[in-house]
Write a protein that binds this ligand. Structure first.
Ligand SMILES: [Zn+2]
Length: 169
């Protein structure tokens, strides 16, 4: 009886969905944090983390990593309030000491600056936190976690692009 060997392409498994064989249990934190702060997928650094302002994609459109496990909640706004407060308040005091502008001058200066800084800093703060949760395998980002939940209703894993799925045929 002749022996026949068949090969079958095995699609790669995103690391968040159990991880490919041999994947390290530790995830590089610094590169993941840099990717998250840039609004990119912490796993591959290519897919956009936010399809809209602060709206997190359920899956990475590039590598299929499950991103819906994040629990950013109110932490990014807290961090942004802390940072923006430490920028704006000393500047306000300094300007008051040096120039004593009228109240409307303060309002015209600090309200737009506070709003602009907050809006600019929120996406990187949220991306950084999500990347940290991913790197530390917090919540559902750990494939063996009891906290893992099914994808949100209507969210489907995107088809892998040829660059992200070199073994798919
Ligand atoms: Zn990705």
């Amino acid at each position: 009886m002749p022996l026949t060997l068949t090969t079958r392409a095995v699609p790669p498994v995103p690391s968040g969905a159990g991880g490919p064989p041999g994947e390290s249990m530790t995830r590089a934190r610094i590169p993941a944090l840099m990717r998250g702060a840039r609004g990119r997928c912490p796993a591959c650094g290519e897919g956009r983390l936010f399809p809209r302002y602060l709206k997190v994609a359920p899956f990475c459109p590039r590598c299929g990593e499950e991103l819906y496990h994040h629990r950013a909640d109110d932490a990014p706004p807290y961090a942004v309030i802390l940072v923006v407060g430490h920028i704006v308040v000393p500047l306000l005091v300094l300007v008051e000491e040096l120039f004593q502008p009228p109240l409307w001058g303060h309002l015209a200066l600090w309200l737009p600056l506070t709003l602009a800084l907050s809006l600019v800093l929120l996406p990187p703060a949220k991306g950084l936190l999500i990347a940290l949760q991913w790197a530390l395998r917090m919540h559902g980002f750990d494939p063996s976690s009891a906290e893992r939940e099914p994808p949100p209703e209507g969210a489907t894993r995107p088809p892998l692009t040829p660059a992200a799925a070199p073994f798919a045929s």
